[in-house]
Design a protein around this ligand. Sequence first.
Ligand code: AMP
Ligand code: ZN
Length: 116
Amino acid sequence: MSDCIFCKIVDGKIPSAKVYEDDEILAFKDISPARPVHVLVIPKRHITSLATVTPEDAPFLGRMLTVANQIATEQGSPDGFRVIINTGRVGQQEVPHLHIHIVGGPDPVGPMLKRI
Ligand code: AMP
Ligand code: ZN
């Protein structure tokens, strides 16, 4: 997707603070962190949202969560964290490229976040 900001990050056309990369997954720090640890985990191929995945994507989605756990620990949230996947209009998803927010840090993140 040529006009997708996260595809541009994958392609290196927009800089990012990368914290993890493999052949299918990229993770980088959120540009506007809501907590001391705030990382976005994305598929390198364009998937618009969780609402557009298919049953064939299930193993890949599971791997994204496994990577999220690894990143949270490495980035300074070893005692737990929260994952959020804003989806579509009702989920107030702003960037239409699937991404998992990892939010955490040394202290509890508080009640369910209204908006991150
Ligand atoms: P969402 O509302 O779930 O679509 O969240 C999009 C997230 O992407 C927000 O938390 C933004 O701060 C973050 N974001 C937008 N542009 C960038 C960027 N260039 N680098 C890192 N994070 C970004
Ligand atoms: Zn994209």
